[in-house]
Design a protein around this ligand. Structure first.
Ligand code: ACO
Length: 330
């Protein structure tokens, strides 16, 4: 058994198709200025024919394996965080396992919406620490395109599709996740949801006609709760790791809205120079935002081995999660 699970590889994948604010101006009553002012988003990626959660997840996973220098045979567990699986069952993690030719490894999905990466990192790390798994491929991917009402300007400007992945391996040195804070408020589940398509409300022609298969949200209320949830859980995660905000090289927050990120940074008294932002190019890719951001931050040289990084997320459920990680491996 190992005390820690170091991040030894990382990778991301987004669809090629770019949907800009100018494109959205032609679809709904909106403007580039208004979208940027409300969200900070300039463009997002959307899936095309033949692309789905599993294709993006597999590509991100393939890149993370290459980065770690591991063969598919070395992986003994595949975990996928998603709330937009390819199909209700089987788990999309199984599809990804097959696509990557990973023989026999256990595979399952976890659903925590936008908090999925931080939730899943805790699950994958715990599996390694308990000795139940050794080399874990952990992917977070979402494709919201098919759950978006492209006539609703309140939601269609917010989301994009994408996937990010990490490889986790046992370590006796303190690398990988050092603290984990997770929470949920199921009583507020209806602030943001997709109602139709599950077992509570199976799809009928009438419900589809009403557009109940699409995402709805109380944006204003979620905004307030997100700032509070991300701020409070970040402070707890720092305390649990025995670190102060000055020890943190980079904050990698869930990328939903630049104003939420700004307000959270202010709450943490963290200068924006130490906060990673890439939502201008990808929008909110739900569980995908944090591993996509980690991959870009590493590629841009903004993450160095040994750096302490604060991850914080908030999303449907409602769920929230924060974690301090130490980047790299011995
Ligand atoms: N174009 C033009 N006007 C718009 C648009 C748009 N795309 N969207 C909203 N507006 C208008 C509204 O109609 C409103 O007009 P009014 O003042 O005449 O009524 C005005 O802009 C302000 O709208 P609000 O909804 O009050 O704006 P707000 O500041 O709350 O921003 C937003 C909206 C971006 C949705 C924000 O509330 C937000 O980011 N909330 C959090 C969303 C989020 O994080 N969801 C997360 C996760 S998803 C998951 O977990 C899977």
């Amino acid at each position: 058994m190992s005390k820690y699970a170091a991040i030894t590889g990382w990778g991301m994948a987004v669809p090629e198709r770019v949907l800009t604010n100018a494109d959205l101006e032609r679809m709904v009553d909106t403007t580039d200025e208004k979208i940027v002012a409300l969200t900070g988003i300039h463009e997002r990626r959307v899936v095309g024919l033949g692309e789905s959660t599993s294709t993006l997840a597999a590509e991100a996973g393939r890149r993370a394996l290459a980065c770690a220098g591991l063969a598919p045979e070395a992986i003994d567990l595949v975990v996928l965080a998603t709330c937009t699986p390819d199909r209700p069952f089987p788990a999309t993690a199984c599809t990804v396992q097959a696509r990557l030719n990973i023989p026999r490894a256990a595979a399952f999905d976890i659903a925590a919406a936008c908090s999925g990466f931080v939730y899943g990192l805790s699950v994958a790390t715990s599996m390694i620490r308990s000795g139940a798994a050794r080399n874990v491929l952990f992917i977070a991917a979402d494709v919201f395109t098919h759950y978006i009402n492209w006539n609703d300007r309140n939601t269609c400007v917010l989301f994009g599709d994408g996937a990010g992945a990490v490889v986790l391996q046992p370590s006796d040195e303190p690398y990988g996740q050092l603290s984990s804070v997770m929470g949920a408020a199921g009583k507020d589940e209806d602030l943001m949801a997709v109602d139709v398509g599950g077992t509570r409300m199976p799809a009928t022609p009438e419900l589809l006609e009403q557009g109940r298969q699409y995402v709805y949200m109380n944006g204003r209320e979620i905004f307030k709760l997100a700032v509070r949830g991300m701020g409070d859980s970040s402070l707890q995660a720092l305390a649990e790791a025995g670190l102060s905000k000055d020890d943190i090289a980079l904050v990698v927050p869930h990328q939903a809205n630049l104003r939420i990120i700004d307000a959270t940074a202010k709450r943490l008294e963290m200068p924006m120079e130490r906060v990673f932002v890439n939502l201008d190019r990808y929008g909110n890719t739900s569980a995908g935002t944090i591993p996509i951001a980690l991959t870009e931050a590493a590629e841009q040289g903004r993450l160095k081995p040994g750096d302490y990084v604060l991850l914080t997320a908030f999303g449907g459920g409602l769920t929230w999660a924060s974690s301090v990680i130490r980047w790299g491996h011995p």
